[in-house]
Design a protein around this ligand. Structure first.
Ligand code: HEM
Length: 432
C-alpha cells in the first residue's frame, strides 16, 4: 500500500473508529505511523481540548499537521472552520478518489450523506429532509419520552440487582435511548429491536478493533441490508418505509443501506456521548442538576443547558476530512488542490471570537446557536433537532426520576476515550 493510500485509509478509519481495542488499549500499529502532533485535534484533558490546540488556534488558526507524504491542514479557528465547511464547491467530502476506483473500499459508501458531494448529496439529502422537519419529528415526542422512561426503569433494576447498588448509565441509558429512537425513526419493527440494539453497539466494537477495516464495516452493513430488504418487501411507517413508498424507484438498495447506516453512525454514538458526558457534568457540578430538578418548567432550563452542553463538549471533535478540489485559500493561507483539511470543531467552538470565556461551561450565557457542534453548511447535521429533542427530554426525566443520583466513582477515576473522533466515556457508574 502506498503512503498516500495508507494515510487515506487511516483518515477514513480515524473517522469511523475509536482507534482502540475493546479493552481500551490503542491500536499502536496505526498510531505508530503518525507523529504525535498529528493527533492533536483528538487530545483532551477531561472534557476540554488540550491547551496546546487552543494556543495553536489563537496563533495559527490554519496550520500544517505533521503527517509525512501528504499535506494535511488543521483548521482550528471558528471563522476559518466556517469558510471550509461552508464551501462545498472548494472542498469535497468524497474520499474514494484517494483509495482509487476498484481499490479497497472504493465501492463502499459507509457514511451515507457524510461522504458524498453534490449532486448526489443534494439528491439524497432532499429525500431524507422531509423526515427531519419539526412537524414530522414531533410524532416521535411521545415515543422518546416513553423510551427514556423505560430505560430509566432498566437502570433502576440494574442498580437494585447489583451487590453495591451501582449501575452503568452508558449501558442502560445513554446507548439504548438513541438506539431505540433510531429504530423508531427508521421504522425497524418491534420484534427486531433487541437485535438492532445489540448490532448497533457491536458495530462500534467491531469498528474499534485493531483489525477494523473496510471489510469489517462491510460486514456490519450486511445487517442493515437485511433491514432494507425487509422494508422493500413490506414498507413500514418509518423513514425507510417512506423512502421505499415515495422514492422506491429512484433509490437503490445500496443507497438506502448507506443512508440508514449514516443515520445510525451519525445519531447513536454522538447522542449517547452527550447523554453520558452531560450527566457527568451535572453530577460533578450539582448546581446544574438542582436547577433542572427544581425548576417550575424543567424544559425551559433544559434547553439552554443542552445548547451550552453541545458547544462546550462538541463531542464530534473533527468534521469529516475535506479535500481541496483545486488551489484555494483558507483564512488567507494558500492550500493546494488535493490537500486534506481537518476541521477541529471542538477547538473552533472554544474560539474567543465566539464570545467571552468560551472555555467555561455557562448555560446562562447568551445563546450561541451558531456553534459548530452540529457542523455547518450543506453537511450540517440532519439529525440536530432530533438529537436536541432526545437530550431535552432525557436530562429532566433522569433528574426527576432519581433526584439523589450520584456518580459511583471518583470523577478523577473516570476513563475518557482516547483519540476517538466522537469523544466520550464507555462507562459511567452511578448510584440512584
Ligand atoms: C447530539 C447529537 C449529535 C451531534 C453532536 C452530531 C454532530 C454532527 C456533525 C458535527 C455533523 C457534520 C459533520 C461534518 O460536516 O463533517 C453531523 C452530520 C450528520 N449527522 Fe449528526 N450529530 C448528532 C445527532 C445526530 C442524529 C440524532 C442523527 C440522525 C438520527 C444524525 C445524523 C447525521 C447525518 C446523517 C449527518 C451527515 C449529514 C450530511 O452530510 O449531509 N446526527 N452530525
Amino acid at each position: 500500500m502506498s503512503v498516500r493510500s495508507a494515510i487515506a485509509s487511516w483518515l477514513t478509519r480515524l473517522y469511523f473508529t475509536r482507534l482502540r481495542k475493546k479493552g481500551g488499549s490503542l491500536d499502536l500499529s496505526i498510531l505508530s505511523k503518525l507523529p504525535d502532533g498529528a493527533l492533536l485535534p483528538l487530545r483532551r484533558e477531561g472534557v476540554d481540548p488540550v491547551p496546546e490546540i487552543g494556543a495553536l488556534r489563537d496563533r495559527e488558526p490554519v496550520s500544517r499537521l505533521p503527517i509525512p507524504g501528504m499535506t494535511v491542514w488543521l483548521v482550528s479557528g471558528y471563522d476559518e472552520a466556517k469558510e471550509v465547511l461552508g464551501d462545498a464547491k472548494a472542498f469535497s467530502n468524497d474520499f474514494r478518489h484517494l483509495v482509487g476506483v476498484g481499490g479497497a473500499g472504493a465501492d463502499q459508501n459507509p457514511g451515507g450523506l457524510g461522504f458524498c458531494d453534490p449532486p448526489d448529496h443534494t439528491r439524497l439529502r432532499r429525500l431524507l429532509t422531509p423526515e427531519f422537519t419539526m412537524r414530522r419529528l414531533s410524532r416521535l415526542t411521545p415515543r422518546i419520552h416513553a423510551i427514556v422512561e423505560e430505560q430509566l426503569t432498566h437502570l433502576e433494576k440494574a442498580a437494585r440487582e447489583s451487590p453495591d447498588g451501582t449501575a452503568d448509565l452508558v449501558e442502560h441509558f445513554a446507548m439504548p435511548v438513541p438506539a431505540l429512537v433510531i429504530c423508531e425513526l427508521l421504522g425497524v419493527p418491534y420484534e427486531e429491536r433487541d437485535a438492532f440494539q445489540q448490532f448497533s453497539v457491536a458495530r462500534f466494537d467491531v469498528l474499534g478493533g485493531a483489525g477494523a477495516s473496510f471489510g469489517a464495516v462491510s460486514q456490519s452493513l450486511d445487517y442493515l441490508r437485511g433491514v432494507v430488504a425487509e422494508q422493500r418487501r413490506h414498507p413500514g411507517e418509518g423513514l425507510l418505509g417512506m423512502l421505499v413508498r415515495e422514492h422506491g424507484e429512484n433509490i437503490t438498495d445500496e443507497e438506502l443501506t448507506g443512508l440508514a447506516d449514516g443515520v445510525l453512525t451519525g445519531g447513536l454514538e454522538t447522542t449517547a456521548s452527550m447523554l453520558a458526558l452531560g450527566t457527568m457534568i451535572m453530577l460533578k457540578d450539582r448546581e446544574h442538576f438542582d436547577a433542572i430538578r427544581d425548576a417550575q418548567d424543567p424544559a425551559a432550563v433544559a434547553a439552554p443547558f443542552v445548547d451550552e452542553l453541545l458547544r462546550h463538549l462538541t463531542v464530534v471533535q473533527t468534521a469529516f476530512p475535506r479535500f481541496a478540489r483545486e488551489d484555494t485559500v483558507i483564512g488567507g493561507v494558500p492550500v493546494s488542490g488535493g490537500d486534506i483539511v481537518i476541521v477541529s470543531l471542538s477547538a473552533a467552538d472554544r474560539d474567543p471570537r465566539l464570545g467571552a470565556d468560551m472555555d467555561a461551561f455557562l448555560p446562562s450565557r447568551p445563546p450561541t446557536a451558531s456553534h459548530l457542534a452540529f457542523g455547518y453548511g450543506i453537511h450540517r447535521c440532519i439529525g440536530a433537532e432530533l438529537g436536541k429533542m432526545e437530550l431535552r427530554a432525557a436530562f429532566p426525566q433522569l433528574v426527576r426520576r432519581f433526584p439523589e443520583l450520584q456518580l459511583a466513582v471518583d470523577p478523577a477515576a473516570l476513563e475518557f476515550r482516547k483519540l476517538s473522533i466522537v469523544y466520550g466515556v464507555d462507562t459511567l457508574p452511578v448510584k440512584i
